[in-house]
Design a protein around this ligand. Structure first.
Ligand code: BGC
Length: 389
């Protein structure tokens, strides 16, 4: 029985965080106080993999009652409950109720992606004159780390103490030449559900041989869980340029200005507004499936995207240290996957906003480098902040 295994780990700071900060403020002025819950991280079994390994699922609850569930398989975020403008909670990520759901042929729902987010052309790259061959798992190209990327491995989980809110540390040791990539790589990803209603994702890694690395998170969001598609949600991207692609979705190498194109999200607009425009790039991606180059400096925190859903009032703001963001409008979803609450995941029923380096950077010397050397520490941070308006 699940309850038998349930371990409740109350973080030490919970007590002080749940107290109102100002004792003299009238109760009516603090509506959030009624909602406040104990900050906690709990753990339960979530099924067994075909090879017999046990999967666990953690639930993180912050001081305002935001709740996120994450499993050790793929570091997958299986649910994220946030309030709408009327304070009603809803699950804003696509996924399944059981582990079996995720063991189908699922396009990376909620998962951590590595070693390389997005595509590497022809499944090949060179480092110091040596050629490395990777799986071609997306037509002629390599996608999201290969046949068994970080989305399909078991991560070791532990709760970590953070002053900001409940946090879960996930660790994975990727062996030298795993999926064709050189170097023994130690990866740590920390998910923190802060008491400011943010999901902060901190990635770090180190290697013992020169390698390439581009980690990201592949959650499909729909800020209106009741809506069929994401087409009415408004998106703003902090990007003056994007990377046009060829027919197999590999960047041509030359960034293009978004101005005057359907790719201009500098001012918020609904995703549906221009997605049907006659445009070669939209044709190649079957919609949006491109990398936008963020304005601002690499390695510094900067705004990346804001998604607003007028229907629920939910807002999600993304900031990151990464130089780019892949916006994928769920164009390969076709209704064949049936998820939580028996919802059919139809064409464009969810979208991904994946902060990362550029696709195919290992083959494109003009792109910011994704090389990680021994002795260097890889570190990137992305924050998803949830509010309503
Ligand atoms: C890619 C899409 C791909 C999807 C996999 C996205 O990151 O950009 O082309 O189909 O992941 O589900």
């Amino acid at each position: 029985m699940k309850t038998h295994y349930l371990i409740v780990l109350l973080l030490v700071f919970a007590a002080c965080n749940t107290k109102p900060k100002k004792q003299d403020t009238p109760k009516e002025a603090q509506p959030a106080e009624k909602e406040m819950k104990a900050v906690s991280v709990t753990k339960e079994p979530f099924g067994t993999l075909p090879d017999g390994e046990e999967v666990e699922r953690y639930t993180l609850t912050n001081a305002n009652g935001l709740e996120m569930k994450v499993m050790t398989y793929g570091g997958i975020i299986t649910s994220l409950q946030t309030p709408d403008k009327d304070g009603k909670k809803g699950d804003i990520v696509l996924g399944f109720d059981t582990l079996e759901g995720y063991l189908q042929d699922v396009p990376y729902f909620g998962a951590l992606i590595g070693r390389y987010g997005n595509r590497i052309a022809n499944g090949k790259f060179e480092l110091d004159g040596k050629e490395y061959t990777l799986a071609k798992n997306d037509g002629p190209n390599h996608l999201h780390g290969g046949k068994k990327g970080f989305d399909k491995v078991l991560w070791t989980a532990s709760e970590t103490r953070s002053e900001d809110g409940p946090a879960l540390k996930l660790q994975y040791h990727s062996k030298d030449m795993e999926e064709g990539y050189p170097g023994n790589l130690d990866v740590t990803v920390v998910y923190t559900l802060t008491d400011n209603d943010e999901l902060r994702v901190d990635y770090s890694a180190s290697t013992d041989k020169k390698t390439v690395l581009n980690l990201t998170q592949h959650t499909y969001f729909n800020l209106s869980p009741e809506s069929e598609t994401i087409l009415d949600e408004e998106l703003k991207l902090n990007a003056d340029t994007f990377l046009p692609v060829n027919t197999t979705l590999i960047p041509t190498g030359k960034p293009e200005k978004v101005e005057g194109t359907p790719f201009d999200f500098r001012q918020p607009k609904t995703i549906g507004k221009d997605i049907g425009a006659k445009n070669k790039q939209l044709e190649f991606g079957k919609g949006y499936d491109h990398c936008w180059i963020l304005n601002g400096k690499d390695r510094e925190m900067k705004p990346a995207a804001t998604l607003y859903d007028p229907n629920s009032g939910r807002v999600m703001e993304i900031t990151t240290t990464e130089p780019a963001i892949q916006f994928y409008s769920g164009n390969f979803l076709d209704g064949s996957l049936v998820g939580k609450s028996d919802k059919k995941y139809v064409f464009r029923s969810g979208l991904c906003l994946e902060t990362q380096h550029y696709p195919d950077a290992p083959n494109q010397p003009g792109f910011p480098s994704t090389v990680l050397n021994p002795g260097e520490e890889y570190h990137t941070t992305t924050i998803f902040k949830f509010t309503v308006k």
